[in-house]
Design a protein around this ligand. Structure first.
Ligand SMILES: Cc1cc2nc3c(=O)[nH]c(=O)nc-3n(C[C@H](O)[C@H](O)[C@H](O)COP(=O)(O)OP(=O)(O)OC[C@H]3O[C@@H](n4cnc5c(N)ncnc54)[C@H](O)[C@@H]3O)c2cc1C
Ligand code: SF4
Length: 336
Protein backbone atom coordinates (compact mmCIF):
# COMPACT_ATOMS: atom_id res chain seq x y z
CA UNK A 1 0.00 0.00 0.00
CA UNK A 2 1.24 3.49 -0.87
CA UNK A 3 2.04 5.70 2.10
CA UNK A 4 2.13 9.48 2.62
CA UNK A 5 3.61 11.21 5.68
CA UNK A 6 1.86 14.40 6.78
CA UNK A 7 3.95 16.66 9.00
CA UNK A 8 1.66 18.72 11.26
CA UNK A 9 -1.64 17.59 12.75
CA UNK A 10 -3.53 20.89 12.60
CA UNK A 11 -6.82 21.15 10.74
CA UNK A 12 -5.07 21.09 7.32
CA UNK A 13 -3.04 17.97 8.14
CA UNK A 14 -6.05 16.16 9.65
CA UNK A 15 -8.20 16.86 6.58
CA UNK A 16 -5.35 15.73 4.32
CA UNK A 17 -5.12 12.36 6.13
CA UNK A 18 -8.91 11.79 5.83
CA UNK A 19 -8.81 12.48 2.06
CA UNK A 20 -5.83 10.15 1.52
CA UNK A 21 -7.58 7.39 3.47
CA UNK A 22 -10.69 7.84 1.28
CA UNK A 23 -8.43 7.24 -1.75
CA UNK A 24 -6.98 4.01 -0.29
CA UNK A 25 -3.60 5.54 0.57
CA UNK A 26 -2.11 5.02 4.03
CA UNK A 27 -1.29 8.22 5.93
CA UNK A 28 0.87 8.91 8.97
CA UNK A 29 0.41 12.20 10.80
CA UNK A 30 3.47 13.45 12.68
CA UNK A 31 2.45 16.01 15.32
CA UNK A 32 4.88 17.58 17.78
CA UNK A 33 2.24 18.45 20.40
CA UNK A 34 0.50 15.89 22.62
CA UNK A 35 -2.79 16.31 20.73
CA UNK A 36 -4.02 16.99 17.19
CA UNK A 37 -5.86 20.16 16.17
CA UNK A 38 -3.22 22.89 16.00
CA UNK A 39 -4.17 26.45 16.90
CA UNK A 40 -7.91 25.83 16.65
CA UNK A 41 -7.76 23.87 19.91
CA UNK A 42 -7.36 27.23 21.66
CA UNK A 43 -10.13 29.14 19.85
CA UNK A 44 -13.62 29.67 21.28
CA UNK A 45 -16.24 30.35 18.59
CA UNK A 46 -15.23 30.87 14.97
CA UNK A 47 -15.89 33.71 12.57
CA UNK A 48 -18.01 34.17 10.56
CA UNK A 49 -20.74 31.87 11.94
CA UNK A 50 -19.88 31.80 15.68
CA UNK A 51 -19.73 27.98 15.46
CA UNK A 52 -17.84 26.44 18.38
CA UNK A 53 -14.23 25.58 17.44
CA UNK A 54 -14.66 22.34 19.41
CA UNK A 55 -17.56 21.31 17.20
CA UNK A 56 -15.51 21.75 13.99
CA UNK A 57 -12.53 19.92 15.47
CA UNK A 58 -14.67 17.07 16.84
CA UNK A 59 -16.23 16.49 13.40
CA UNK A 60 -12.78 16.11 11.78
CA UNK A 61 -11.53 13.96 14.71
CA UNK A 62 -14.54 11.64 14.23
CA UNK A 63 -13.74 11.22 10.53
CA UNK A 64 -10.11 10.48 11.41
CA UNK A 65 -11.06 7.84 13.98
CA UNK A 66 -13.42 6.09 11.54
CA UNK A 67 -10.89 6.02 8.66
CA UNK A 68 -8.66 3.01 8.03
CA UNK A 69 -4.91 3.09 7.53
CA UNK A 70 -4.24 6.33 9.36
CA UNK A 71 -1.44 6.30 11.92
CA UNK A 72 -1.20 9.19 14.35
CA UNK A 73 2.08 9.92 16.09
CA UNK A 74 1.76 12.74 18.56
CA UNK A 75 4.64 14.12 20.63
CA UNK A 76 6.91 13.60 17.58
CA UNK A 77 8.76 16.43 15.86
CA UNK A 78 9.96 16.20 12.26
CA UNK A 79 13.37 17.79 11.72
CA UNK A 80 14.40 16.89 8.16
CA UNK A 81 12.82 15.42 5.07
CA UNK A 82 13.03 14.33 1.46
CA UNK A 83 10.07 13.18 -0.66
CA UNK A 84 10.79 9.60 0.47
CA UNK A 85 12.00 9.95 4.06
CA UNK A 86 11.17 11.97 7.18
CA UNK A 87 13.63 12.25 10.08
CA UNK A 88 12.29 12.80 13.60
CA UNK A 89 14.02 14.67 16.42
CA UNK A 90 14.76 11.28 18.03
CA UNK A 91 16.82 10.34 14.96
CA UNK A 92 14.20 7.80 13.81
CA UNK A 93 13.71 7.69 10.02
CA UNK A 94 10.36 6.94 8.37
CA UNK A 95 10.04 5.84 4.72
CA UNK A 96 7.16 6.98 2.50
CA UNK A 97 6.03 7.61 -1.10
CA UNK A 98 5.35 11.36 -0.69
CA UNK A 99 5.30 14.05 2.01
CA UNK A 100 2.76 16.77 2.81
CA UNK A 101 4.02 19.60 5.03
CA UNK A 102 1.18 21.14 7.07
CA UNK A 103 3.15 22.73 9.89
CA UNK A 104 1.08 25.93 9.98
CA UNK A 105 2.14 29.26 11.45
CA UNK A 106 3.49 30.89 14.63
CA UNK A 107 1.64 33.55 16.62
CA UNK A 108 3.50 36.88 16.68
CA UNK A 109 5.18 37.52 20.06
CA UNK A 110 3.50 40.73 21.31
CA UNK A 111 6.41 41.45 23.69
CA UNK A 112 8.39 42.56 20.63
CA UNK A 113 6.08 45.62 20.42
CA UNK A 114 7.22 46.96 23.78
CA UNK A 115 5.30 50.24 23.36
CA UNK A 116 2.01 48.35 23.91
CA UNK A 117 3.13 47.01 27.28
CA UNK A 118 2.32 43.32 26.81
CA UNK A 119 3.89 41.38 29.69
CA UNK A 120 4.65 44.72 31.40
CA UNK A 121 1.27 46.26 32.30
CA UNK A 122 -1.77 44.46 33.70
CA UNK A 123 -4.79 44.06 31.43
CA UNK A 124 -2.88 44.15 28.14
CA UNK A 125 -3.73 40.82 26.48
CA UNK A 126 -3.49 39.31 23.01
CA UNK A 127 -6.35 38.05 20.84
CA UNK A 128 -5.13 34.50 21.59
CA UNK A 129 -5.27 35.21 25.37
CA UNK A 130 -8.80 36.56 24.94
CA UNK A 131 -9.85 33.29 23.22
CA UNK A 132 -8.56 31.41 26.32
CA UNK A 133 -10.59 33.75 28.55
CA UNK A 134 -13.73 33.18 26.45
CA UNK A 135 -13.16 29.43 26.71
CA UNK A 136 -12.93 29.67 30.49
CA UNK A 137 -16.06 31.88 30.47
CA UNK A 138 -14.12 34.46 32.46
CA UNK A 139 -13.16 37.82 30.97
CA UNK A 140 -11.94 39.78 33.97
CA UNK A 141 -9.44 42.48 34.81
CA UNK A 142 -6.49 41.58 37.04
CA UNK A 143 -8.46 43.22 39.90
CA UNK A 144 -11.28 40.72 39.36
CA UNK A 145 -13.64 43.44 38.10
CA UNK A 146 -15.37 43.38 34.71
CA UNK A 147 -14.00 45.73 32.02
CA UNK A 148 -16.12 48.78 31.16
CA UNK A 149 -14.05 50.15 28.29
CA UNK A 150 -12.02 47.90 26.00
CA UNK A 151 -9.82 48.74 23.00
CA UNK A 152 -8.79 46.21 20.35
CA UNK A 153 -5.71 47.15 18.32
CA UNK A 154 -5.36 45.76 14.77
CA UNK A 155 -2.11 44.92 12.89
CA UNK A 156 0.08 43.99 15.89
CA UNK A 157 3.10 42.29 14.29
CA UNK A 158 1.69 42.55 10.76
CA UNK A 159 2.25 45.22 8.09
CA UNK A 160 5.10 46.41 10.28
CA UNK A 161 8.61 47.02 8.88
CA UNK A 162 10.05 47.51 12.38
CA UNK A 163 9.46 43.87 13.31
CA UNK A 164 10.17 42.58 9.78
CA UNK A 165 6.58 41.39 9.28
CA UNK A 166 5.48 43.23 6.15
CA UNK A 167 2.61 40.94 5.20
CA UNK A 168 -1.06 41.30 6.17
CA UNK A 169 -2.13 38.41 8.42
CA UNK A 170 -5.55 38.40 6.76
CA UNK A 171 -7.62 36.94 9.62
CA UNK A 172 -6.99 39.48 12.42
CA UNK A 173 -9.42 42.18 11.19
CA UNK A 174 -12.28 39.72 11.18
CA UNK A 175 -11.07 38.18 14.49
CA UNK A 176 -11.15 41.70 15.98
CA UNK A 177 -14.73 42.22 14.81
CA UNK A 178 -15.78 38.79 16.09
CA UNK A 179 -14.15 39.37 19.48
CA UNK A 180 -15.69 42.87 19.76
CA UNK A 181 -19.15 41.33 19.20
CA UNK A 182 -18.46 38.59 21.78
CA UNK A 183 -17.34 41.23 24.29
CA UNK A 184 -20.48 43.31 23.70
CA UNK A 185 -22.66 40.21 24.14
CA UNK A 186 -20.89 39.53 27.43
CA UNK A 187 -20.82 43.17 28.63
CA UNK A 188 -23.66 45.02 26.83
CA UNK A 189 -22.98 48.32 28.59
CA UNK A 190 -19.20 48.33 27.95
CA UNK A 191 -17.64 50.61 25.33
CA UNK A 192 -15.66 48.61 22.78
CA UNK A 193 -13.34 50.36 20.32
CA UNK A 194 -11.43 48.82 17.36
CA UNK A 195 -8.36 50.83 16.30
CA UNK A 196 -7.48 49.90 12.71
CA UNK A 197 -5.34 50.98 9.74
CA UNK A 198 -7.60 49.39 7.11
CA UNK A 199 -10.50 47.02 7.62
CA UNK A 200 -9.93 43.92 5.50
CA UNK A 201 -13.08 41.80 5.39
CA UNK A 202 -12.14 39.45 2.59
CA UNK A 203 -14.47 36.47 3.10
CA UNK A 204 -18.15 35.67 2.63
CA UNK A 205 -20.20 36.96 5.54
CA UNK A 206 -17.30 39.05 6.94
CA UNK A 207 -18.44 42.47 5.69
CA UNK A 208 -21.90 41.65 7.07
CA UNK A 209 -20.32 40.91 10.48
CA UNK A 210 -18.55 44.26 10.38
CA UNK A 211 -21.84 46.06 9.71
CA UNK A 212 -23.58 44.01 12.41
CA UNK A 213 -20.87 45.01 14.90
CA UNK A 214 -21.59 48.69 14.24
CA UNK A 215 -25.35 48.67 13.76
CA UNK A 216 -26.50 46.01 16.23
CA UNK A 217 -23.78 46.01 18.89
CA UNK A 218 -22.62 49.62 18.75
CA UNK A 219 -18.92 48.70 18.46
CA UNK A 220 -16.87 51.83 17.67
CA UNK A 221 -14.26 51.80 14.88
CA UNK A 222 -11.47 54.39 14.95
CA UNK A 223 -9.06 54.67 12.03
CA UNK A 224 -5.70 55.17 13.71
CA UNK A 225 -2.85 53.33 15.29
CA UNK A 226 -2.21 53.45 19.04
CA UNK A 227 1.26 54.95 19.52
CA UNK A 228 1.65 54.60 23.27
CA UNK A 229 0.13 52.81 26.26
CA UNK A 230 0.82 53.75 29.87
CA UNK A 231 -0.64 52.78 33.25
CA UNK A 232 -2.58 55.37 35.27
CA UNK A 233 -2.54 55.74 39.07
CA UNK A 234 -6.11 54.45 39.34
CA UNK A 235 -5.07 51.10 37.79
CA UNK A 236 -6.35 51.81 34.29
CA UNK A 237 -4.47 52.22 31.00
CA UNK A 238 -4.08 55.38 29.00
CA UNK A 239 -3.71 55.11 25.24
CA UNK A 240 -2.54 57.76 22.79
CA UNK A 241 -3.48 57.55 19.13
CA UNK A 242 -4.27 59.73 16.15
CA UNK A 243 -7.69 59.55 14.56
CA UNK A 244 -6.45 59.67 10.95
CA UNK A 245 -9.93 60.39 9.56
CA UNK A 246 -10.33 63.64 11.53
CA UNK A 247 -6.56 64.28 11.85
CA UNK A 248 -6.95 64.78 15.62
CA UNK A 249 -4.75 63.32 18.36
CA UNK A 250 -6.66 61.24 20.85
CA UNK A 251 -6.09 60.26 24.51
CA UNK A 252 -8.34 57.72 26.16
CA UNK A 253 -8.56 55.85 29.46
CA UNK A 254 -9.40 52.17 29.05
CA UNK A 255 -9.63 49.07 31.29
CA UNK A 256 -8.33 46.46 28.86
CA UNK A 257 -6.25 46.47 25.66
CA UNK A 258 -6.49 43.50 23.26
CA UNK A 259 -3.62 43.18 20.77
CA UNK A 260 -4.72 41.45 17.56
CA UNK A 261 -1.50 39.54 16.93
CA UNK A 262 -0.49 38.45 13.45
CA UNK A 263 0.36 35.09 11.92
CA UNK A 264 4.06 34.78 11.18
CA UNK A 265 6.00 32.00 9.49
CA UNK A 266 7.58 29.20 11.52
CA UNK A 267 11.34 29.45 12.13
CA UNK A 268 11.64 25.85 10.85
CA UNK A 269 10.80 27.08 7.33
CA UNK A 270 14.35 28.43 7.00
CA UNK A 271 15.80 24.96 7.71
CA UNK A 272 13.46 23.53 5.09
CA UNK A 273 15.08 25.96 2.64
CA UNK A 274 18.67 25.45 3.80
CA UNK A 275 18.60 21.67 4.29
CA UNK A 276 15.77 20.29 2.14
CA UNK A 277 16.00 22.44 -1.01
CA UNK A 278 12.54 23.99 -0.54
CA UNK A 279 11.91 27.68 -1.26
CA UNK A 280 10.72 30.33 1.22
CA UNK A 281 9.07 33.64 0.32
CA UNK A 282 10.55 36.89 1.72
CA UNK A 283 7.85 36.70 4.45
CA UNK A 284 9.30 33.33 5.54
CA UNK A 285 6.18 31.41 4.48
CA UNK A 286 6.96 28.58 2.03
CA UNK A 287 6.79 29.32 -1.68
CA UNK A 288 4.31 27.18 -3.63
CA UNK A 289 5.39 25.98 -7.07
CA UNK A 290 2.81 28.20 -8.77
CA UNK A 291 0.36 30.66 -7.22
CA UNK A 292 -2.40 29.71 -9.67
CA UNK A 293 -1.84 26.18 -10.96
CA UNK A 294 0.27 24.59 -8.22
CA UNK A 295 -0.42 26.22 -4.85
CA UNK A 296 -0.23 22.96 -2.87
CA UNK A 297 2.91 21.78 -4.68
CA UNK A 298 6.46 22.66 -3.65
CA UNK A 299 9.45 23.19 -5.92
CA UNK A 300 10.59 19.63 -5.02
CA UNK A 301 8.81 16.69 -6.68
CA UNK A 302 6.84 14.57 -4.20
CA UNK A 303 6.67 17.27 -1.47
CA UNK A 304 3.36 19.11 -1.04
CA UNK A 305 1.96 21.90 1.17
CA UNK A 306 -1.36 22.28 2.98
CA UNK A 307 -2.74 25.15 5.06
CA UNK A 308 -1.00 28.15 6.57
CA UNK A 309 2.54 26.91 5.85
CA UNK A 310 2.41 29.01 2.66
CA UNK A 311 0.43 32.09 3.85
CA UNK A 312 -2.12 33.28 6.43
CA UNK A 313 -5.46 31.59 5.76
CA UNK A 314 -8.76 30.95 7.50
CA UNK A 315 -9.97 27.51 8.54
CA UNK A 316 -12.10 26.88 5.45
CA UNK A 317 -9.15 27.63 3.18
CA UNK A 318 -6.81 25.47 5.28
CA UNK A 319 -9.24 22.53 5.12
CA UNK A 320 -9.63 22.93 1.35
CA UNK A 321 -5.86 22.86 0.98
CA UNK A 322 -5.72 19.67 3.06
CA UNK A 323 -8.00 18.05 0.47
CA UNK A 324 -6.14 19.56 -2.50
CA UNK A 325 -2.70 18.47 -1.21
CA UNK A 326 -3.96 14.90 -0.66
CA UNK A 327 -5.35 14.73 -4.19
CA UNK A 328 -2.15 16.19 -5.67
CA UNK A 329 -0.01 13.69 -3.71
CA UNK A 330 -2.27 10.77 -4.77
CA UNK A 331 -2.00 11.81 -8.43
CA UNK A 332 1.78 12.16 -8.20
CA UNK A 333 2.16 8.73 -6.58
CA UNK A 334 -0.04 7.10 -9.24
CA UNK A 335 2.35 8.35 -11.94
CA UNK A 336 5.50 6.91 -10.31
C1 LIG B 1 -6.29 34.63 17.12
C2 LIG B 1 -6.74 33.83 15.91
C3 LIG B 1 -8.09 33.46 15.81
C4 LIG B 1 -8.53 32.76 14.67
N1 LIG B 1 -9.88 32.48 14.55
C5 LIG B 1 -10.33 31.91 13.40
C6 LIG B 1 -11.74 31.76 13.17
O1 LIG B 1 -12.56 32.12 14.03
N2 LIG B 1 -12.15 31.24 11.97
C7 LIG B 1 -11.26 30.88 10.99
O2 LIG B 1 -11.69 30.46 9.89
N3 LIG B 1 -9.90 30.99 11.19
C8 LIG B 1 -9.43 31.49 12.36
N4 LIG B 1 -8.07 31.64 12.56
C9 LIG B 1 -7.13 31.04 11.57
C10 LIG B 1 -6.87 29.54 11.94
O3 LIG B 1 -6.26 29.48 13.22
C11 LIG B 1 -5.96 28.89 10.87
O4 LIG B 1 -6.60 28.97 9.61
C12 LIG B 1 -5.69 27.41 11.18
O5 LIG B 1 -5.19 27.22 12.48
C13 LIG B 1 -4.63 26.88 10.17
O6 LIG B 1 -4.46 25.51 10.38
P1 LIG B 1 -3.09 24.78 9.95
O7 LIG B 1 -3.36 23.32 10.06
O8 LIG B 1 -2.62 25.32 8.65
O9 LIG B 1 -1.98 25.26 11.01
P2 LIG B 1 -1.84 25.10 12.62
O10 LIG B 1 -3.14 25.28 13.30
O11 LIG B 1 -0.72 26.02 12.97
O12 LIG B 1 -1.36 23.59 12.81
C14 LIG B 1 -0.05 23.17 12.47
C15 LIG B 1 0.33 21.96 13.31
O13 LIG B 1 1.65 21.51 12.91
C16 LIG B 1 2.37 21.15 14.08
N5 LIG B 1 3.81 21.24 13.77
C17 LIG B 1 4.53 22.35 13.48
N6 LIG B 1 5.83 22.03 13.21
C18 LIG B 1 5.93 20.69 13.35
C19 LIG B 1 7.01 19.75 13.21
N7 LIG B 1 8.25 20.14 12.86
N8 LIG B 1 6.76 18.42 13.44
C20 LIG B 1 5.51 18.00 13.80
N9 LIG B 1 4.45 18.85 13.95
C21 LIG B 1 4.66 20.17 13.72
C22 LIG B 1 1.90 22.16 15.12
O14 LIG B 1 2.15 21.69 16.45
C23 LIG B 1 0.40 22.26 14.80
O15 LIG B 1 -0.37 21.30 15.51
C24 LIG B 1 -7.60 32.36 13.66
C25 LIG B 1 -6.24 32.70 13.79
C26 LIG B 1 -5.82 33.45 14.89
C27 LIG B 1 -4.37 33.85 14.99
S1 SF4 C 1 -6.10 41.45 8.55
FE1 SF4 C 1 -6.43 43.55 9.29
S2 SF4 C 1 -5.47 43.55 11.34
FE2 SF4 C 1 -4.66 41.78 10.24
S3 SF4 C 1 -2.76 42.52 9.33
FE3 SF4 C 1 -4.38 42.67 7.76
S4 SF4 C 1 -5.13 44.78 7.96
FE4 SF4 C 1 -3.99 44.32 9.85
Amino acid sequence: MKHVIIIGGGIAGMQCACTLADRGIAATIIEKEADLGGKIRSWHVLFPTFTSADEVLSAVRRRLSQAENITIRTGCEATKLTAKRVTLSTGEELECDAVVIATGFTLFDARLKEEYGYGIYDNVVTSADLEHMFNKGEVRLSSGQTPRRIALLHCVGSRDEKVCQRHCSKVCCVTGVKQAIELKKMFPTADVFNFYMDIRMFGPGYEEMYREAQLMHNVHFVRGRISEVSPTIDGRLQIKAEDTLTGRPLKMGIDMLVLLIGMRSNDWNHSLEAECGLKCQPSGFMQPKDSFLGNVESNVEGIFYAGTITAPKNIGESINEGTAAALAAAEWISKQ
